[in-house]
Design a protein around this ligand. Structure first.
Ligand SMILES: [Zn+2]
Length: 58
């Protein structure tokens, strides 16, 4: 397992939950530690919210 290599693929690295409607999306973790939900236009939830919290199962 190597977690330091940059990934340009679409492999989910985390799970993002919308802070507004609690929708769950697979997400990539950006270089600065942010979340980038996969499959959403501009990282905006279908409800219009742009804030997500990460859910990482230990
Ligand atoms: Zn939402």
């Amino acid at each position: 397992m190597s977690s330091t290599e940059p990934s340009q693929g679409g492999e989910p690295q985390a799970v993002a939950e919308c802070t507004a409607c609690s929708a769950i999306f697979p997400a990539q973790v950006t270089g600065d530690g942010g979340l980038r939900p996969i499959g959403l236009e501009d990282g905006t939830c279908t409800c219009g919210n742009v804030e997500f919290q990460s859910i990482i199962e230990a």
